[in-house]
Design a protein around this ligand. Structure first.
Ligand code: SF4
Ligand code: SF4
Length: 193
């Protein structure tokens, strides 16, 4: 079943990478930027969990121990969390500001950074836009929309686009059926441990 999931993953990854390439003038992602792995909820399906744990089993013991320590700490923090809303945390696979399991990362990790279409809602803009990163050259954060004036000022021909790559869409069961696997249960990454 994992092999079929990997086939699906390769196809969507290639597609998402093409979207990123198309939006290059608006994308500030680069090696060393790990803000989106430092605070999040990370929706994760069972098959994604199995896949990342396959990668984990191949890591050297020291790295495994460091990750296990981080998992323990996040679980402890979650237990003691008393704030309103969702518990946000640093992904335990982020080690020295870099993903220790990049090839095995989840689906949300692959599409995050694009402007995303969400059914029945306003398009989702990556939070890093307000930090001067993705789409910050064209997105009016105060008005919460792409600004035609800012776009004009860039002098670019390529328009900022919104893509149909929400986590919900990418983990739709109809895709899984087509590739003969199941996503299984979905919950925040930390709740798999
Ligand atoms: S999506 Fe934003 S925070 Fe994440 S790597 Fe790209 S620029 Fe950095
Ligand atoms: S799995 Fe890797 S890319 Fe995904 S949130 Fe964790 S550290 Fe970031």
């Amino acid at each position: 079943m994992i092999e079929n999931y990997v086939k699906y993953l390769n196809i969507i990854t290639e597609k998402i990478e093409r979207f990123f390439a198309k939006q290059k003038p608006y994308i500030k992602c680069k090696k060393g930027c790990s803000l989106c792995c430092e605070k999040g909820e990370y929706p994760w399906s069972e098959i994604e969990y199995k896949y990342i744990m396959l990668g984990f089993s191949k890591l050297d013991k020291n790295l495994q121990e460091r990750i296990k320590e981080k998992i323990k700490k996040v679980k402890e923090d979650k237990k003691n969390f008393s704030g309103d809303g969702r518990f946000m945390y640093e992904c335990p696979f982020l080690i020295d500001k870099s993903c220790s399991l990049y090839e095995y990362r989840g689906i949300i990790c692959r599409s995050f950074g694009l402007m995303v279409e969400v059914e029945g809602k306003k398009p989702q803009i990556p939070f890093c836009c307000s930090l001067g990163l993705n789409y910050s050259n064209v997105y009016d954060v105060e008005r919460n929309c792409v600004s035609p004036i800012m776009f004009k000022e860039t002098g670019l021909d390529i328009e900022p686009l919104i893509f149909n790559v929400s986590y919900k869409m990418l983990t739709d069961d109809t895709f899984a059926e087509g590739f003969h696997f199941n996503f299984g249960e979905k919950k925040p990454l930390i709740d798999w441990f």
